[in-house]
Design a protein around this ligand. Sequence first.
Ligand SMILES: O=C(CO)[C@H](O)[C@H](O)COP(=O)(O)O
Length: 229
Amino acid sequence: MTSVETLKAMAAAAAVALVQPGMVIGLGFGSTAAHATRLIGERLASGALRDIVGVPCAEGTATLAREMGIPLTTLDEVNAVDLTIDGADEVDPQMALIKGGGGALLREKMVAQASRRVAIIVDESKLSPALGTRFYLPIEVVDFGYRATARWLEAQGGSVRLRVRTDGQPFRTDQGNLILDWACGPITDPAALAARLAARAGIVEHGLFVGLATDLFVAGASGVRHLTR
Ligand SMILES: O=C(CO)[C@H](O)[C@H](O)COP(=O)(O)O
């Protein structure tokens, strides 16, 4: 049987094949995206790829990219990102996503919104008939009134947990915010929920990525499927 890690690497390799010399590349965060970042670094080192610059979506990604020798820039320095390669926690049949399992949802969404093309790389376990079925929805919130924000979410249904690190301390995003993991149940209308969450003060960003993915690479035992939207 093909291991999940092998499937992630297969999906990453298929997406990295889209990378062309001269491109600005959004580098996502998470274990699947890390396969893509490492592969891009290896291709640069071997000379198979040249003249690319990366926009990292997280401090962790920036560290890995530097280790791999990938030249980096920031969103502020470029007019647009040609291609972003990132993972996802859950993908529905319309290619709407839940992201933020790694807590980088805000920067990931900013980079995705600035990108001409967004390639999402997943193993097939991430596919779901409805978002919210197999993963909670990460919500990045400010400290002020975060319990009130959690109660407001729970009033819509489901249950909320403050994300904590292994040492029991609250998890902090790269912006220093908190994450509420909302077990909201199946989401029937992701765009409508995204609009409701975006309108709520105290919520910095949420993990629903609707209409952002242009390419989906799904790795399974029989190979990698490439879907486009
Ligand atoms: O959104 C993300 C990080 O904020 C990741 O892309 C998502 O959590 C998937 O991670 P992995 O590839 O490790 O399963």
